[in-house]
Design a protein around this ligand. Structure first.
Ligand SMILES: *[C@@H]1O[C@H](CO)[C@@H](O)[C@H](O)[C@H]1NC(C)=O
Ligand SMILES: *[C@@H]1O[C@H](CO)[C@@H](O)[C@H](O)[C@H]1NC(C)=O
Length: 320
């Protein structure tokens, strides 16, 4: 029997190939209120019950720290254990070494407290989120806040590797999340070398210097993806944020609407699922206690378990 036949017979082939599908989850609501255990469980369960979908069972976090505390473990970890949600962990890396020390304290505390019930769920660890975008001319012009230098991020990755060495997290891939424009910038090549995977954020809606109507969304997205893959030094590229807004301002040719979000979902999200690319969509719901402009949430305000998605989330039959 060929190896592939044995694997298929054991049912391993399909699970080995199945990509990760999930959403991004912030640590707090729009009014700065921290999400608690119940809030995270509610969101993770809602993601599993989306009509027309299955398998959206992974959560990308931005921090290990419970919002509003110094270094207490984020309650999303316990919620993930309770709901069997896999985790792309995040460490906030744009606020200096002191905050990284707190992130690492929380990471180690989570390992000590929950053991393999936690670590078995971890699919990766991202050191940072858009830190390099924020130090670019575009990031500065857009007042996107403090970022971090590539050399600082290289150090934080080393520190994270050292922190998980000898624990049940050892061997989990350590990567970084940033906008695709960062990876095609050769000044960041040494940092890319220090990573196990590349997390790419891409939003054609914001690509205002190009023809960014939703009909061009797929071409802009996959151009960005292929350029990132080419710059990734052979490392896997995960799509860590993408989406199309359901409401907000028209930017150049980019028009937010639920209909356009559906078109983008079908053209980009369904294609990525079809291609088995690890994917974290932005976002399940972003309107709790506030009105973000633009809004990317696929669920409107209200009871997440009851309100229908703003657009159809089914994908066309798989083409192989
Ligand atoms: C390229 O990357 C470096 C280091 O991250 C950054 O300082 C610089 O602003 C980037 N250049 C552009 C054009 O984004
Ligand atoms: C940032 O600024 C650039 C240039 O002014 C603009 O094209 C782009 O849409 C802005 N991006 C965001 C995320 O606001």
């Amino acid at each position: 029997m060929r190896v592939s036949t044995i694997l298929a017979a054991a049912g391993l082939l399909s699970s080995a190939n199945a990509a990760i599908k999930g959403f991004n989850y912030g640590a707090n609501f729009n009014n700065d209120q921290a999400k608690t255990l119940n809030d995270f469980e509610y969101e993770f369960n809602a993601a599993k019950k989306l009509p027309g979908t299955d398998g959206w069972t992974s959560a990308r976090l931005y921090t290990m720290i419970q919002h509003g505390t110094t270094n207490t473990v984020i309650e999303a970890i316990e919620a993930a254990i309770n709901t069997k949600t896999t985790l792309l962990l995040g460490m906030w890396a744009s606020a200096g070494q002191g905050i990284i020390n707190n992130e690492i304290t929380a990471l180690k505390a989570a390992i000590a407290k929950y053991g393999t019930a936690f670590t078995d769920l971890v699919v990766g660890i991202s050191v940072g989120s858009e830190d390099l975008y924020r130090i670019t001319p575009t990031g500065i012009e857009n007042k996107s806040g403090a970022g971090a230098q590539p050399q600082d991020l290289i150090n934080y990755v080393k520190q994270t590797r050292a922190a998980i060495k000898g624990t049940s997290l050892q061997g989990k891939p350590i990567g970084h999340v940033d906008t695709w424009t960062v990876y095609v910038n050769a000044s960041n090549n040494a940092f890319i070398s220090s990573l196990d995977f590349i997390g790419m954020d891409a939003y054609p809606y914001f690509q205002t210097t190009m023809a960014n109507n939703v009909g061009s969304g797929s071409q802009l997205f996959f151009d960005a993806y292929h350029q990132t893959v080419a710059a990734a030094q052979g490392k896997p590229v995960w799509v860590t944020e993408t989406g199309w807004p359901v409401s907000g301002q028209t930017l150049n040719q980019g028009v937010p609407s639920a209909n356009n979000a559906r078109i983008y979902w079908e053209d980009v999200t369904c294609q990525l699922v079809n291609d088995n690319v690890n994917l974290y969509y932005y976002i399940l719901q972003d309107v709790q206690y506030g009105n973000p402009v633009p809004s990317f949430g696929i669920k409107p305000a209200g009871d997440l378990m009851q309100v229908s998605p703003l657009f159809d989330l089914s994908c066309p039959a798989k083409v192989s």
